[in-house]
Write a protein that binds this ligand. Structure first.
Ligand SMILES: C[S@@+](CC[C@H](N)C(=O)[O-])C[C@H]1O[C@@H](n2cnc3c(N)ncnc32)[C@H](O)[C@@H]1O
Length: 296
């Protein structure tokens, strides 16, 4: 496997106000120039792409959400609000990952532009002040939040240690919202996604905005079943992965193997031949496609 460079907060992680293609307020990540939620804005994207398909609104008991790429916290706050409304969900644990909390600070500073920030300003302030809290709602249900500051490539190991010691913290749901594999290939490597897979509860889902063949391939190779997620704005379908095939609404069909094999960019990174072969073999033999190999 290729080695993964470790990034630090010194890489620069500042956010500036920006407009989506429809003129709604959002943020631009200054160092990369990437506009967050550039199609429909943070709140709509968080709801449409992440919260609605996640199952959170109808979940029961206790859930753990791994919020990978907390940024300006749109998915995080949309999930907290979904939890507040879903009385059957007794506890929501959220593990948020980011280099630091600059996104939260930007959101708080610009709360007038973002109604979801304004109505959650108290919570955002608390998240800026501490890295862990348990918040009890009026009806006794609990939100537990833990922040892992630093490079996700390293911090996922801290999370694994944490969830080994506290098995409730195995992830039921993962939002994977890092910058694109083109600009941040180290956050989409097989080694890392295998680690994410190992951090999952037996029935878990992973949702990402990304739709590239190389992303779907690496998720399959890491062990997930993979299907289409819903479109957002003008974007093609997003991607949903799951530890169980029947959790997917629209699994990639067997002919997707052909898409992968014919893709001009089947791998996230420049991999050596052995690593490429390992990913290809895993996809060829993936249980999602077993029984259909006669087609290829
Ligand atoms: C697309 S943004 C996330 C947007 C966010 N989910 C939201 O709701 O606003 C990606 C985030 O990943 C963070 N990030 C970039 N490199 C990282 C790394 N190596 N480890 C952890 N977080 C990283 C960035 O700081 C940025 O906040």
């Amino acid at each position: 496997m290729t080695s993964v460079p470790v990034r630090s907060p010194e890489d620069g992680n500042v956010y500036a106000l920006e407009l989506t293609v429809h003129g709604d307020p959002t943020f631009r990540h200054v160092a990369t120039g990437e506009v967050l939620h550039g199609q429909v804005g943070p709140w709509k994207e968080a709801l449409q792409l992440y919260v609605e398909p996640s199952g959170l609104r109808h979940a029961q008991g206790e859930w753990t959400l791994l919020d990978a790429g907390m940024g300006c916290a749109a998915q995080l706050l949309a999930s907290v609000e979904a939890f507040e409304k879903n009385k059957n969900l007794k506890k929501l644990r959220v593990a948020s990952f980011d280099l630091e909390k600059k996104g939260l600070e930007a959101l708080l500073a610009h709360q007038e532009e973002f109604p979801f920030a304004k109505r959650n300003a108290g919570l955002i302030e608390k998240m800026i002040q501490v890295d862990f809290f348990v918040h009890t709602l009026d009806d006794g249900r609990q939100l537990e939040w833990k922040f892992f500051a630093g490079d996700f490539v390293e911090k996922i190991h801290d999370f694994s240690d944490w969830s080994e010691a506290n098995p409730n913290w195995k992830a039921d749901l993962i939002y994977y919202d890092f910058f694109s594999p083109t600009s941040h290939p180290h956050l989409w490597s097989l080694t890392l996604l295998e680690r994410v897979y190992e951090s999952c509860a037996p029935e878990a889902k992973i949702i990402t905005y990304a739709s590239a063949t190389c992303v779907r391939a690496v998720l399959l190779a890491a062990g997930f079943y993979v299907g289409l997620g819903i479109p957002s704005g003008r974007k093609k379908n997003s991607t949903m992965g799951a530890t169980k095939l029947d959790a997917l609404e629209e699994p990639l069909p067997p002919k997707w193997k052909g898409t992968f094999l014919n893709s001009h960019k089947p791998y996230v990174d420049d991999l050596d031949e052995e690593s490429q072969k390992s990913i290809e073999d895993r996809i060829r033999n993936h249980p999602q496609f077993v029984g259909f190999s006669v087609l290829f």
